[in-house]
Each structure stands twice: as structure tokens, then as C-alpha cells.
Design a protein around this ligand. Structure first.
Ligand code: BGC
Length: 424
């Protein structure tokens, strides 16, 4: 790998540069278990009691029209192209494809075929996620992921989609962050269906693992050359102090948080999709982060955390695509520094032998941040939700220069030095 003089770094040839989105967060107009939950009496009461409706307004918490990416995808992907991207991750909305049990909506299948065609036409490689959290209402009524029948239904939907889109899609991500979704829904009990139960949590994870393995086999039976994996959220865990108790706790938390799923799906993954956001310092079982620099959601930003996460993936001996990494930063104050630091880490990991092949920033545009709603701004592109105007932020231009030059060159560093050094 080349190294640009004066501390710049060039990435391997063919590296994928781009950004990611998810259907429910950007499309607008979805009708699924999440959209129902957003409007449920319990949810609205809960928001009111916490003073959040007063603070942000109820609309903040309703996905509604959102960024209207469903209708504006051509414009958005054209913009992605102008911003230098050669890859995009997006998700297919199951509730659109199969709004009623066993009845597939051909018009919606055609929509996603057009989405893929648009991307390919622009020379952008699609990374397609098949489940990024919401489920169709009929599946919710059957018990959702608690139901042992769920894997069977999921795979039927997967088959339909892959048969329709298959020849144009090389990369499939079956499940997005299964541990986060099941944890928030069944361990914390704060996301739909808000059931706190360890038994259900384990049951749901068992069904998700089965669903992935079945989906993997189906996709490969349709296209043996397809590359299939999941997007796994891995955090960087570090023990605070030298106490052996902290070390043991760290190893346990890391095993269950980062490795359990990847080990369980074992050979049924052609690559690892890494979603990375968190650094957690373990102090007798508690997180003791210094929180010197945080994003708008209060999440700590630790410049070397992605590098360490990548290093931990070496043992799997698989190609790695960073399928999400980003921050809520409405003022775009930290994003340039963040991208710079994270990418320095990616480059270092590659130099040390980790087979990283792509970086997809979260997110292409501002979006609906689940239970938090619309106020956190994760986008390289700013969305005006009233006019639907799209406006690339300064960080999007910085990232464009990196994408186009396949690395962080000295000229990019020079151009953005002030922003890069702001928090160093
Ligand atoms: C999810 C995204 C989410 C992002 C920021 C990831 O866990 O896949 O849907 O918006 O984190 O919270």
C-alpha cells in the first residue's frame, strides 16, 4: 500500500467509499410495527411524561414523510456520486414488499429494482440490507422475532427479493445489528415490542441466528457468487486501571457483545460488516468513559476505537467492510475530525494486515434516529424537513476529496487542517 508523503495515506485499489441509510429512517411513508409504535398511546404518554414532546414536538418522534428518499432516491444517489462515493448501503423495507402475508407487491419490488439500477448506472456498488429492524404488521401479529416461524417467513421474503434483484447485487447484508435490536426491545424494553424478558431475548436471538443461516443458504443457492454477511455492532472495550476484575469483566462483555454472534454464524458469512460507534471503559462492571469529546447524543468519541475494533476481527480471517460509522453532529463541528481520525485507524489496521475493503459512513443524509426521532443529525447531507432541500455539509466535501483520491492525501490535510486539528 502506498503512503502519501507528509503523513497522508492511500488506500488499496478498489476500496469502497460511500455511506449508508436504512429504509425506515429515510424513505418516509412506511407502515410497519415501528410506525404503529411511534403513534401508540403508550409511547406518546411516555414521551409527554419525560417532557420530550414539549422539548422537540411530537412530530420529531413520528417517522412520517421524513426525507422522502423513497421518491427522491435518484436525486440522492446523484448527489452521492457527486460526492465521490462508489458504494452505497441501503435497506429493503419488508413491509412494502410483503404488506400482507404471502402477498408480494410487484410494484414495490420494481421500485427496489429501479433503486439498484440507478446505483449501478452511476457506477455505485449497492450493499443491500434485507432487515434493518421494522417488520410487517402481519408478522408482528404472529409474534415477530419471538415466533419460531419467523425464520421461515423471513427466508420466503429473502428468496423473493434475491430472485428479483440478485443478478445486480453482489453484497447482501441479511440482518442489521441483531443484538442491538433484540437488546433494546427485550433486555432494555424500550423499543417495540417493549417486552423485558431474558427468556424472550434469548429466544429472539436464536430465531435471528436461524434466520440468518437459512437466508445465507438461500442467497447462495440463487447466486453462488453473492457475498453474504451481517452488519454487526462491535464496540471497543477497555478495562480501566490494571485490576484483574476489570480485565475479566471486559473479556466477558467483549465476548458476548462482539464475538458471540460472529462465532455462532461461523462459516455462514463471507465477510464481516462492522458497525462501530462506541468505546466503553469497564470499571467493575460499569462504563466509566471520560467523555472528553462526545457527539450530540452524548456518546463518547474515542479516535482510535475503530482501529482496535478492526484489530479484534483479525481472528475471523474474513474481509471486513465498515458498514456504519458516524456521529450525530448538527453543527458539523466534529465530523471532519472524526472521519479523519477513524480513517487513519482504518489505514493503520490495513497496514497491519486486516483485510478492510470498504468504509460506509453513517449516514448519507439526516434521518429518523429511531426512539430519538429526527433531532440527531447524522448526515453528510443536511435535510430541511420542511422543504426537503438537500445540502451537503462541509464534511461531505472533505469526505468527497478522500473518496476521489482514494485516501487522505497531504493536499486534503492542508485544505482542512483547521478542522482536522480542532480536537487533537
Ligand atoms: C443503526 C442505525 C442507527 C445508528 C445510529 C446503528 O446502530 O444501525 O440505524 O441510526 O446506529 O444510532
Amino acid at each position: 500500500m502506498e503512503r502519501d508523503k507528509s503523513s497522508g495515506c492511500i488506500f488499496p485499489k478498489g476500496f469502497y467509499w460511500g455511506a449508508a441509510t436504512a429504509s425506515h429512517q429515510v424513505e418516509g411513508g412506511n407502515h410497519n410495527d415501528w410506525s404503529e409504535w411511534e403513534k401508540s398511546e403508550k409511547r406518546v404518554e411516555d414521551l409527554k411524561s419525560k417532557g420530550l414532546v414539549e422539548k422537540y414536538g411530537l412530530d420529531n418522534f413520528i417517522s412520517g414523510r421524513g426525507a422522502d428518499h423513497y421518491n427522491k432516491y435518484k436525486e440522492d444517489f446523484k448527489l452521492a456520486k457527486e460526492l465521490g462515493h462508489n458504494a452505497t448501503r441501503f435497506s429493503i423495507e419488508w413491509s412494502r414488499i410483503e404488506p400482507e402475508e404471502g402477498k408480494f407487491n410487484e410494484k414495490e419490488i420494481q421500485h427496489y429494482k429501479d433503486v439498484v439500477k440507478t446505483l449501478k448506472g452511476l457506477g455505485i456498488e449497492p450493499f443491500v440490507t434485507l432487515w434493518h429492524w421494522p417488520i410487517p404488521l402481519w408478522m408482528k401479529d404472529k409474534g415477530g422475532w419471538e415466533s419460531s416461524e419467523m425464520p421461515k417467513y423471513f427466508v420466503r421474503y429473502v428468496r423473493k427479493v434475491v430472485e428479483a434483484l440478485g443478478k445486480d447485487v453482489k453484497f447482501w447484508i441479511t440482518l442489521n445489528e441483531p443484538v442491538v435490536n433484540s437488546g433494546m426491545a427485550y433486555k432494555e424494553g424500550v423499543w417495540p415490542p417493549q417486552k423485558r424478558s431474558v427468556c424472550k431475548y434469548l429466544q429472539v436471538n436464536r430465531n435471528l441466528i436461524r434466520a440468518h443461516i437459512l437466508a445465507y443458504k438461500v442467497i447462495k443457492s440463487i447466486d453462488s457468487k453473492a457475498k453474504v454477511g451481517i452488519a454487526k455492532n462491535n464496540a471497543y472495550y477497555e478495562e480501566k486501571g490494571r485490576c484483574v476484575v476489570n480485565k475479566v469483566i471486559k473479556l466477558l462483555v467483549r465476548y458476548f457483545g462482539n464475538d458471540f454472534w460472529l462465532k455462532h454464524i461461523g462459516k455462514y458469512q463471507d465477510f464481516i460488516g462492522l458497525n462501530h460507534y462506541f468505546h466503553n471503559q469497564i470499571y467493575y462492571g460499569l462504563n466509566k468513559n471520560e467523555n472528553k469529546i462526545t457527539n450530540d447524543l452524548g456518546w463518547e468519541i474515542w479516535p482510535t476505537s475503530l482501529y482496535y475494533c478492526l484489530k479484534e476481527l483479525k481472528k475471523y480471517n474474513k474481509p471486513v467492510y465498515i458498514t456504519e460509522n458516524g456521529l450525530a453532529d448538527s453543527k458539523d463541528e466534529k465530523r471532519i475530525w472524526f472521519i479523519f481520525e477513524m480513517l487513519k485507524g482504518v489505514h493503520k489496521a490495513i497496514e497491519e494486515g486486516i483485510d478492510v475493503r470498504g468504509y460506509l459512513h453513517w449516514s448519507l443524509m439526516d434521518n429518523f434516529e429511531w426512539a430519538e426521532g429526527y433531532w440527531p443529525r447524522f448526515g453528510l447531507i443536511e435535510i430541511d424537513y420542511k422543504t426537503l432541500e438537500r445540502k451537503p455539509r462541509k464534511s461531505a466535501h472533505f469526505y468527497r476529496d478522500i473518496c476521489i483520491q482514494n485516501g487522505i492525501t497531504s493536499s486534503v490535510i492542508e485544505k482542512y487542517r483547521k478542522d482536522i486539528e480542532k480536537f487533537s
